[in-house]
Design a protein around this ligand. Structure first.
Ligand SMILES: Cc1cc2nc3c(=O)[nH]c(=O)nc-3n(C[C@H](O)[C@H](O)[C@H](O)COP(=O)(O)OP(=O)(O)OC[C@H]3O[C@@H](n4cnc5c(N)ncnc54)[C@H](O)[C@@H]3O)c2cc1C
Length: 366
């Protein structure tokens, strides 16, 4: 294989940073990682790293670096649609929380150390494919690439490549300081107004908390009004002394629950731009890292002398389906259950002392 074949990764979130690092670590010496924002950049995300993310970080030797700066979570406070609450403890660590500007900076740093040419402030506006290569058109000039991994997140994919993007939920979140909370406990609230999604409070390592909600992205839904309702109904008694840090932010979240087309010629999609998000919990960080890994492996395997074998790259579509299709289908099934008539009673049961262990297990595995 020609080690210096020009390879491009678009988007420096966990999918892109992982793909770029692994391309470099697997022997490619000409890898460019393009990011439209100045770096490090904030990202509207709760920064929760659940069991799947923790084992994924451990496999990638990233866990120690992340755990050093993160909040360590050993409990979950769960509120059912009827308003019943229970604290579900765990004998071992359930999750970590780290703001994304810090988390993503660690991953990009690793990529740069592996030899990746990282270019922030470089927005990709289009990808033009020809027989043997592609041109990545950016606002600061064109870049030639033999293969491109597009990892541009929830709204990415469609515009930069010719691949489709899917359905999204809406979200809104904000950071508060001086908010009374238990630093080792996450809070999840299944408010009837936002089912099948939920609201949360995640403790951050700075002592702040992030509070947010996911909601159906339907015409006429006012996310700010929903957020005001959730704040008042579930956090009102604690908000007195709390202070908003910065402002509220919203972002879409892919919630397809199935995999669309992720390969087009020499372009492959990874992470959320490939629709890889748990559509019940909204978790996407682990899927992003795992698919970044698979995209890099597929690209390296498709290098055939001085060109990319596009027929070999098609295998990536099957690899992604094998890895994620069942999980995504299960998450879509669980979302339908949460939306259905049985969920409120089941959730109430989950707060009962007899069932707390089972609920903690279900919430940790969906
Ligand atoms: C409110 C909210 C809360 C969430 N909470 C969690 C959570 O607690 N745990 C969890 O696991 N997941 C969570 N998620 C989901 C998670 O944030 C995403 O699934 C994850 O970030 C996907 O990673 P990615 O690398 O695919 O994309 P992203 O992290 O979105 O990264 C994409 C990158 O591409 C860049 N980009 C976009 N377009 C271009 C372009 N044209 N040119 C160059 N660069 C471009 C963007 O600036 C960005 O840096 C949450 C999402 C939301 C909206």
């Amino acid at each position: 294989m020609r080690r210096d074949l020009p390879l491009c990764v678009v988007g420096a979130g966990p999918a892109g940073a992982t793909a770029a690092r692994l391309l470099a670590q697997r022997g490619c010496s000409n890898v460019t990682l393009l990011e439209k924002k100045s770096w490090p950049r904030p990202k509207t995300c709760a920064g929760g790293l659940g069991p799947r993310a923790l084992s994924c970080l451990a496999r990638h030797n990233l866990l120690n670096d992340i755990a050093r700066s993160a909040t360590h979570i050993t409990g979950l406070r769960f509120t059912s649609p009827s308003g019943k609450s229970a604290s579900l403890g765990s004998p071992r660590e359930m999750a970590l929380v780290l703001p994304r500007e810090q988390f993503d900076a660690v991953l990009v740093d690793k990529a740069v150390k592996a030899g990746v040419d990282f270019r922030p402030d470089t927005r990709v506006v289009a990808i033009h494919q020809s027989q043997d290569a592609a041109i990545v058109e950016t606002q600061s000039g064109d870049i030639e690439a033999s293969a491109i991994i597009v990892a541009t997140g929830a709204i990415g994919g469609r515009k930069e490549s010719n691949l489709p993007s899917g359905n999204s939920a809406g979200s809104i979140m904000a950071r508060y300081e001086n908010m009374p909370h238990t630093p080792s406990e996450m809070e999840m609230i299944y408010s009837p107004r936002i089912l099948p999604y939920y609201a949360w409070l995640f403790p951050e390592p700075s002592g702040c908390v992030n509070i947010g909600l996911l909601a159906k992205s339907e015409h006429g839904i006012n996310l700010h009004a929903l957020f005001d309702h959730v704040l008042e109904r579930y956090f009102g008694s604690r908000l007195g002394a709390a202070r908003l840090v910065g402002r509220r932010n919203g972002a879409p979240l892919r919630c397809d629950g199935k995999i669309g087309k992720v390969v087009d010629g020499c372009v492959v999609l990874a992470g959320e731009s490939a629709g890889l998000v748990n559509c019940t919990t909204g978790e996407g960080i682990a899927y992003a890292i795992e698919s970044g890994d698979l995209a890099a492996a597929a690209t390296v395997q498709a290098i055939d002398g001085a060109r990319i074998n596009k027929a070999a790259l098609v295998e990536y579509q099957r690899t992604i389906a094998r890895k994620f299709a069942t999980t995504l289908r299960f998450s879509a099934f669980f979302r339908r259950f949460v939306e259905g008539p049985l969920f409120p009673a089941a959730a109430d049961m989950g707060t009962h002392p007899l069932f707390r262990k089972i609920s903690a297990f279900v919430l940790a595995t969906v």
